[in-house]
Design a protein around this ligand. Structure first.
Ligand code: HBI
Ligand code: FE
Length: 290
């Protein structure tokens, strides 16, 4: 997920912080139609799958208006709610640039949208993954605080050579996290909520493990970048996630240092287990083998 190294020069046409103008008027009818197709597929599924905070954010930012959102328009409400704004970037940006944006409540969103023949899966986050997947949660004050804290933690982690630990935390929360609610498990992770198939898999399939979130546990657990996850971590509340991130990571890194990676499909005695998965999907070769 990361553009490796840092202090890299921005691509031609981008500013020093790698931002570009969104150029909303330049999107084609096909681009807007792709957004609408992706949106219709997801929005119909989300009640009962996405957490309330996500659904409220979708409405608050009026993302169902149709067509690719104009950042200037959605930023008026987003900034009023939590001080966050969405800025356009050409694609993945170097880690130091990414964390600096997050630490200053700017979410870097890919300016491009996938092609009609890439609807189900693409390697690099496009505007649908970023704006539909990530931005609605930024309207929630607690999650907005978490993402800023994550950015600041990322800047410190880079300085300590700990990026790989933090990348796992990001992956198992911001991208693929589940939330425990009184109505059952709900999705808050952008990578899940922007994918119809993974939304159903993450909540309903007997294959993956579902385990209570623990900071050290996630940092010790590898993740899949090419297919559905084999384990999903469940937070008891957004506040609990924020609290976990506001502590000093020094001892956390020390605890991770001496420890081996935990096998991706393992369940430990100390885990709070919601689902002991069959791992049948991964054993059958997953999407690539499906
Ligand atoms: N750049 N635009 C963009 N979006 C990301 O999600 C992103 C990135 N650069 C680095 C990165 N993510 C990851 O390396 C960090 O989350 C660890
Ligand atoms: Fe993402």
């Amino acid at each position: 997920m990361s553009a490796d190294g840092f202090n890299q020069a921005p691509p031609p046409g981008a500013r020093a912080d790698w931002t570009i103008d969104q150029g909303w008027s330049a999107y084609t009818a096909e681009d807007h139609a792709t957004w609408d197709t992706l949106y219709e597929r997801q929005a119909g599924l989300l009640p009962g799958y996405a957490c309330d905070e996500f659904l409220h954010g979708l409405k608050a930012l009026d993302l169902h208006r149709g067509g690719i959102p104009d950042f200037e328009k959605i930023n008026v409400e987003l900034t009023r709610l939590t001080g966050w704004s969405v800025v356009a970037v050409p694609g993945l940006v170097p880690d130091d640039v990414f964390f600096d944006h997050l630490a200053n409540r700017r979410f870097p969103a890919g300016q491009f949208i996938r092609k009609p023949d890439q609807l189900d899966y693409l390697q690099e986050p496009d505007i649908f993954h970023d704006v539909f997947g990530h931005v609605p949660m930024l309207t929630d004050p607690t999650f907005a605080d978490y993402m800023e804290a994550y950015g600041k933690g990322g800047q410190r982690a880079l300085g300590m050579g700990r990026l790989h630990n933090l990348a796992r935390l990001y992956w198992y929360t911001v991208e693929f996290g589940l939330l425990e609610t009184d109505k059952g498990l709900r999705i808050y992770g952008a990578g899940i909520v922007s994918s119809r198939t993974e939304s159903m898999f993450a909540l309903e399939d007997p294959s993956p493990n579902r385990i209570g979130f623990d900071l050290v546990r996630t940092m010790r657990t590898p993740y899949r970048i090419d297919d559905f996850q084999q384990v999903y971590f469940v937070i008891p509340s957004l506040q609990a996630l924020l609290d976990a991130t506001l502590q000093d990571f020094g001892p956390i890194y020390a605890a991770v240092d001496g420890a081996e990676d935990i096998p991706i499909d393992a369940i430990l005695d100390e885990d709070r287990v919601f689902t002991t998965g069959t791992q049948a999907y991964a054993a059958a070769g997953g999407r690539l083998g499906g």
